[in-house]
Design a protein around this ligand. Structure first.
Ligand code: ADP
Length: 496
């Protein structure tokens, strides 16, 4: 069940159960945990602490629902997604408040998430009418050959907390719209906005029982459910959004079961400012790109490279902007930097910034925790061996580096093991395009900052950022099987 009780601040406190076969249900074990707000510490919801048994029930329900949903007429399938978009719009203010309470997500990024999720649903509605394959010429006389795209069956979706609404949404909506059924495992830090909420909305919109199932679990207990989803022969595909460390472990296990995955993992995204860039624009772009949602977006700029002629002035203005960003309560519309997700994340940021400083980095802005927030922080002269210069540090900390040329910045950026997104700001668009094509990443934005997504675009990375692409136009490649069918309208000769 997902019961709600008014708490007087616009946000209703849910009791979050699993959603299996169209019903809200407790864990088989009867266990639950309390999910708390990262800002206030208040208990937001009591959440079912699921396990293997619950995952198995969800997979069975999804499997049972598959034939019915895959065979549902296109206009009925389409209507579910159009209705769901209307419901999400109707619940706009409440969802915004829930995102702030559950994940510390402020008004700006909350708005980005709601806008994306609504467009995702409306665009997904048209997938029901997507051509289901192609006729292919054959060299065998009297043969009609075709490539027929058909849904795979049960898709498992493992989603993170940070952009809970959109990242759970894109993990389930494309697969569902193509006729698959889904088991969603949200993050323990976002069981409502990244899980139960989607079940409520799609259920109200008329999605048949069992087409979407949601299984939640207590902190630190994802492994059992993850293993159950990976090893079940009924689960045909997995999509995972999260850290490279977890994704690598899951991919190793998936390999054992020869199971295909879409993996969207960590990024260490460069923003390159060329010497001919408009300084004000570049500072504004870097401020948004590094600090939106307190740097807890996989696309956030982690490294800003500035060509030498602009470097000093850029550093001064960028640091001043960062230092002035309002920090605090995510439900206050003026707040830009809200709380980080939990104490562990705060401690990690603090440790990595201190380590960089010990190794010689200069703090141009921020650098001292303000629990439960970490302020927008700009570091310069960070040595390559510092942890913060490597891998992904999820939070509002950015490394600033002066370079002799943007080409040098590209070479520096390409040494990273990660390759999600990059951006380049320059007055010369042709040069921007040349730089874009030499960047070893899945996505590049010229004259923008890196935090961008649209539901139909090919979203994903290269190298240790994973493989496969989210995006409705590309979902069919990931979540459908292509079947080659031939029909002979005359007998043929056999050599034996
Ligand atoms: P983040 O640092 O963003 O939380 P994680 O990779 O730890 O990144 O988490 C992303 C998602 O992966 C969450 O839903 C989390 O519960 C899940 N997860 C973590 N460990 C496992 C695991 N062993 N098996 C399956 N899912 C896991």
């Amino acid at each position: 069940m997902s019961e709600t009780e008014p708490t007087g601040n616009g946000w209703r406190r849910p009791r979050v159960g699993h959603f299996i076969g169209g019903d809200w249900t407790e864990s088989a074990s009867g266990r639950s945990y309390l999910n708390r707000s990262p800002w206030s510490g208040e208990t937001l919801s009591e959440v079912a602490a699921g396990d293997v048994e619950d995952a198995d029930r969800a997979v069975t329900a999804a499997h049972s629902a598959f034939d019915g949903w895959a065979g549902t007429l296109p206009h009925r399938r389409q209507r579910v997604f159009l209705r769901a978009a209307d419901i999400l719009e109707r619940r706009h203010d409440e969802v915004l408040a829930a995102l702030a309470a559950e994940t510390g997500c402020g008004r700006v990024f909350g708005g980005v998430q709601l806008d994306f999720a609504t467009r995702l649903l409306r665009q997904a509605a048209q997938l029901a009418y997507r051509p289901a394959g192609e006729l292919l010429p054959s060299d065998v006389e009297g043969t009609r050959a075709m490539a027929v795209r058909r849904p795979v069956g049960v898709v498992a979706a493992i989603a993170p907390w940070n952009a809970s609404l959109t990242l759970a949404g894109r993990a389930i909506i494309g697969p569902l719209a193509l006729g698959n059924t889904v088991v969603l495992k949200p993050s323990e830090d976002a069981p409502h906005t990244g899980g139960a909420l989607w079940a409520e909305i799609l259920h109200e919109a008329g999605l048949p029982a069992g087409a979407l199932n949601v299984v939640t679990h207590a902190p630190g207990e994802a492994g059992g459910i993850g293993d159950a989803l990976l090893s079940s022969p009924l689960v045909k595909r997995i999509n995972f959004t999260g850290s490279t460390a977890t994704g690598r472990r899951l991919a190793e296990k998936a390999g054992r079961h020869l199971k295909r995955m879409v993996l969207q993992l960590s990024g260490q995204n460069p923003l390159i400012v060329a010497g001919d860039a408009d300084l004000d624009y570049a500072v504004n772009a870097a401020t948004y790109g590094a600090f939106v949602h307190q740097g807890q977006v996989c696309m956030c700029a982690r490294r800003v490279y500035v060509e030498r002629p602009l470097a000093e002035e850029f550093a001064e203005r960028f640091a001043a902007r960062a230092a002035a960003l309002p920090t605090g309560d995510p439900s206050d519309p003026a707040t830009v930097v809200g709380p980080v997700i939990n104490e562990w994340a705060l401690a990690l940021l603090d440790r990595r910034v201190r380590e960089a400083v010990e190794l010689g980095a200069r703090v141009l802005a921020g650098g001292v925790p303000r629990p439960p927030c970490y302020p927008a922080t700009v570091l310069a002269d960070v040595p390559d061996e510092a942890e913060i210069a490597q891998g992904e540090t999820f939070g509002p900390v950015v490394v600033l580096e002066t370079v002799d040329s943007a080409e040098r910045a590209v070479a520096r950026a390409n040494t990273s093991d990660l390759g999600l997104v990059a951006s380049v700001i320059t007055g010369d668009r042709s040069r921007g395009l040349r730089l874009a094509s030499s960047l070893d990443v899945g996505i590049v934005h010229v004259n923008d900052q890196p935090v961008n997504d649209e539901p139909h675009m090919p979203f994903g990375g290269v190298k240790d950022t994973g493989w496969g692409r989210f995006g409705l136009e590309f979902a069919a490649e990931e979540f459908c099987e292509l079947q080659w069918i031939t029909v002979r309208d005359q007998d043929r000769d056999f050599p034996l």
